[in-house]
Design a protein around this ligand. Structure first.
Ligand code: NAD
Length: 494
């Protein structure tokens, strides 16, 4: 059986004593196993990154920006491989998998423009003959911990900014689908990235704990579920590390009475059921305002029988399996609770009969979901769309305000005033107006609000600079013997 190892200092290594199985979610069958790092391997990955960092930081910003373009071309060359891995280890449909790789290519292209917004500052003449400069420096070794649901794009999002700013990376992907990170490392090496700049460490929660405590790790970039994000942030900060930790989402889509209902129904179905609902920016709650509820629910329900659930290997499939048998059981358990929580099952995904042993869940639509119930409160992370009915915009806004997560939110309306109010008042990091998944191009920043993130920084773009770099403030006076004197007072700016 295939064995997936680490990529440390340019070589594939890894013990075979501690391993974890890798499954094809489309069949439920084991296809490989992955090394789970022991303490020595974790230390050796961090040591490789630490050793490579000074030389990497000594290259120029423009050199590293050029390298981003080489890495981008390498991912283009590896497009088919990476798409295949996403289909085989995550169950993404071919078009969804290919779109993830396309987005990753864009990310590297955007990282190449870092010089336009890197922006160290200088204040000339702050005092007589004194200039002050604030200069950015890399922070050192960044440990990046990524989730299962975007195994190509998120590792690249987490590492591109760090690498272009002169840091080196130890990437720990999800142990459920780790092969994409390994392939990325090989492609980066082929493109000329020096060994040790991007290392991949296969591991589990114990590996994360060691990285959080490791004296040679300067920064932690975490993307995953909210409880783990909170834990990582708390423990990392206690160890005086710079930590950005991005958590889960429960994204609401508000539909006002003046919205185009066919457009809203198409958008809700696409955003709720794409990637089998396993996106942190998936729409999982439609908030139907006023009179739109019945017509909107009818239109969404009418679209669901047309969705093709099935193996990613079948070209017609639109909705693949979920990641594990446990995920499937968890998703079904929410559907089991729905009616007891006062909701009405309109389309029941439990009834979907898979043709094989894969971990499929049919698309589900649950109406009259009550705010505060588990169906509304929890991130289900599967193909389940809840509808909450309210009478007014204010009531809709209160439903969003009452939810602890704030990754994304969308409004469907033709009313510019309502849209403006929604943009200004909604507590979410990404807001869409008539766009259900407002996932930005990366010359803009990405990151959630409320319990969707535990950090002051962003995952990518200009907002990530304050994670990837630390600044030093330098006061400079060139020698002028005529103004030299002893002065024991506190420096003043006169
Ligand atoms: P997860 O939190 O279970 O795992 C994420 C990573 O943390 C993995 O590498 C895993 O090995 C590690 N991990 C798991 N439990 C841990 C623990 N107790 N201690 C230390 N490390 C631990 O998340 P997942 O199931 O892989 O991914 C899905 C989640 O990620 C969803 O909640 C989704 O919304 C979120 N997500 C968020 C964003 C974002 O940008 N905010 C993007 C993608 C996914």
């Amino acid at each position: 059986m295939k064995h997936v190892g680490h990529f440390i200092a340019g070589s594939i290594v890894g013990n075979v004593e501690q391993t974890s199985p890798i499954f094809d979610p489309a069949t439920g069958l084991q296809t490989a196993h992955v090394t789970i790092a022991n303490a020595a391997e974790i230390d050796s990955a961090v040591a490789a990154a630490k050793e490579a960092q000074p030389a990497w930081a000594a290259t120029g910003l423009q050199f590293r920006a050029d390298m981003m373009l080489k890495l981008r071309d390498a991912i283009k060359r590896g497009h088919a491989d990476l798409t295949g891995i996403l289909m085989a280890e995550l169950g993404k449909t071919r078009s969804d998998a290919a779109a993830e790789v396309d987005r990753s290519i864009e990310v590297l292209g955007q990282a190449a423009s870092v010089g336009s917004w890197y922006g160290s500052t200088i204040s000339p003449g702050v005092s007589r003959g004194v200039d002050v400069q604030e200069i950015r420096y890399p922070i050192g070794v960044v440990a990046a911990i990524s989730p299962f649901n975007f195994p190509v794009m998120i590792p690249i999002l987490q590492s591109a900014m760090s690498i272009v700013c002169g840091n080196t990376v130890v990437m720990k992907p999800s142990d459920r689908n780790p092969s994409a990170s390994l392939r990325i490392a090989q492609l980066f090496q082929e493109a000329g990235l020096p060994d040790g700049v991007f290392n991949v460490l296969m591991g589990d929660r114990k590996s994360v704990d060691r990285l959080l405590e490791h004296p040679d790790v300067a920064g932690i970039s975490f993307v995953g579920s909210t409880p783990v994000a909170k834990y990582v942030r708390t423990k990392g900060v206690a160890n005086n590390k710079r930590v950005q930790a991005f958590g889960g989402g429960k994204n609401h889509m508000v539909v006002l009475p003046d919205a185009d209902l066919d457009m809203a129904a198409d958008a809700a179905v696409s955003a709720a059921f794409g990637a089998a609902g396993q996106r942190c920016m998936a729409v999982s709650v439609v908030v139907a305002v006023g009179s739109v509820g019945d017509a909107l629910v009818e239109k969404i329900a009418a679209r669901l029988p047309g969705l093709k659930v099935g193996s990613p290997t079948l070209p017609a499939s639109q909705l693949g399996p979920v990641i594990t048998a446990d995920s499937r059981a968890r998703i079904l358990s929410y559907l089991d609770k729905a009616e007891g929580e006062g909701a009405r099952m309109v389309v029941d995904g439990r009834l979907y009969q898979a043709e094989n042993t894969g971990w499929y869940v049919g698309p589900s639509l649950v109406d009259h979901v009550r705010p505060g119930t588990s169906l509304h409160q929890d991130e289900i992370f599967g193909p389940v769309l809840s509808v909450v009915r309210v009478q007014s915009y204010d009531e809709a806004a209160a439903v969003l305000a009452g939810h602890p997560l704030g990754n994304g939110a969308a409004i469907f309306t033709r009313d510019g005033g309502a849209a403006k109010r929604f943009i200004d008042e909604t507590e979410a990091g990404q807001v869409g107006v008539n766009i259900p998944i407002p996932f930005p191009v990366f010359f803009h920043s990405f990151g959630g609000w409320k319990d969707s993130s535990f950090t002051e920084t962003k995952l990518f773009g200009p907002g990530a600079l304050n994670f990837c770099t630390r600044s030093k403030t330098v006061s400079i006076r060139w020698p002028d013997p005529s103004s030299s004197a002893i002065d024991l007072g506190f420096p003043s700016s006169r």
